[in-house]
Design a protein around this ligand. Structure first.
Ligand SMILES: [Zn+2]
Ligand SMILES: [Zn+2]
Length: 395
């Protein structure tokens, strides 16, 4: 079993647009918040593995890449909604016990922790660097100090927002009829299970009730007059769908790899083993094969017959890949089975590591840096119809 089930992507998580976002204003503009309402499944044409469907607070519902083809359209803003909790930790600012959601621990002061809200509201010394703990069991990710970093205002279903019934509504005419607005008076948890996962709404007739905004992955409301929900440092939020161990590397090394860097087995064997658990099983041979990493510059070997043979069972071969032979590219993703996604010759292909050699700068080949920024056409989005479905009881 997965030792930390809360570390993966789950329905109910609250998200904002992320580093690879290229979907215009679907989120209502940067800072708009949404809820993960569906996880991709292997073999699904509209929502494949490593994608998610997000219900944005302002009403749009669409699928996004959460590691799909190495792209991350979303950042995790809050995971209190899936029940993440740090039972023995107290926020040293707001004094909440059993801190919910991500935990932020000062690296300068002894035993000083903040909750997400306090961290994002600039509590404590801005010059002090913090470690971020995504769950109670995840490894810390070291962040730069907040001082001078851009901070984005959050908008959506927060206290004060004007709302109408939303996609998962199943509460009859409590709202006074479809399209009748109410006002959010509070965001809170549901029992002891989940945090910041339901909204208390007062309707025109004066009645107040609670509705799901993330609880069990359901969204009962849609925002027609958004409220301010504080702020976030987008550089300090995890990419949705990226394992924490990988985030640690990325956060600790803000410098990209230099051409010709020899990067060999950056992860220790224990970390690698943890990463493999739940992703096809640990294979001790992987450690020796794991000689490339994201950002490595590599050359695809040039001999067609050899590549065809080595690709069998390791990414496979299609004739469309021929332009990549002998060309220099960059590793954009390392798969759990050891295969590598490589941006090369204007495309992205999955190669067996045995088809790749480390690029040496003296070869003076022409690395097309534009390839890094190249959009992947196959990730085109499909609009999805509004879903819904039966939900567990409530009220
Ligand atoms: Zn706090
Ligand atoms: Zn401190």
């Amino acid at each position: 079993m997965d030792p930390d089930p809360q570390a993966g992507v789950q329905v109910g998580m609250r998200v904002v647009r992320g580093v690879d976002w290229k979907w215009g204003q679907q989120d209502g503009g940067e800072g708009g918040v949404g809820t993960v309402v569906e996880l991709g499944r292997h073999g699904s044409p509209s929502t494949p593995d490593r994608t998610v469907v997000v219900q944005w607070d302002q009403g749009t519902r669409t699928n996004y890449r959460a590691g799909y083809q190495g792209a991350h359209d979303l950042l995790l803003y809050d995971n209190a909604q899936i029940g993440v909790r740090h039972p023995n930790i107290i926020c040293d600012c707001c004094k909440k016990h059993g801190l919910r959601g991500m935990r932020w621990k000062c690296r300068v002061c002894l035993d000083y922790d903040l909750c997400t809200q306090c961290y994002m509201h600039n509590k404590h010394e801005l010059a002090h660097a913090f470690d971020r703990y995504e769950t109670a069991h995840s490894r810390p990710v070291t962040l730069s100090p907040r001082q001078g970093l851009p901070r984005i205002p959050l908008r959506g279903i927060f206290q004060g927002a004007k709302v109408v019934r939303g996609p998962d509504w199943e509460w009859g005419s409590q709202d006074g009829g479809e399209g009748k607005p109410g006002r959010v008076v509070d965001i809170r948890g549901w029992d002891v299970e989940t945090g910041r996962s339901v909204a208390s709404v007062t309707w025109a007739d004066g009645t107040t009730n609670v509705y799901r905004v993330g609880h069990k992955g359901k969204v009962d409301l849609k925002c027609v007059g958004e409220a301010a929900g504080g702020f976030y440092y987008k550089d300090h939020l995890p990419r949705l769908g990226k394992p924490a161990e990988l985030q640690r590397r990325v956060s600790a090394d803000s410098q990209p790899f230099q051409h010709g860097d020899k990067v060999k087995c950056l992860l220790d064997t224990d970390v690698l083993r943890e990463m493999q658990e739940g992703h096809g099983g640990w294979n001790p041979r992987m450690a020796e094969h794991h000689s490339f990493w994201v950002g490595d510059v590599v050359r695809v070997i040039g001999d067609l017959d050899t590549v065809k043979r080595l690709q069998a069972g390791h990414g496979e071969w299609t004739d469309d890949m021929a332009p990549a032979l002998g060309r220099v590219g960059k590793v954009v993703k390392v798969f759990g089975d050891g295969n590598l996604r490589v941006a090369v010759a204007g495309q992205r292909w999955t190669f067996s590591p045995s088809c790749l050699v480390a690029y040496r700068p003296e070869e003076d080949a022409n690395l097309d840096v534009a390839e890094r920024a190249r959009e992947n056409k196959s990730a085109a989005q499909l609009r999805r119809p509004v879903g819904g479905g039966a939900a567990p009881g409530h009220h």
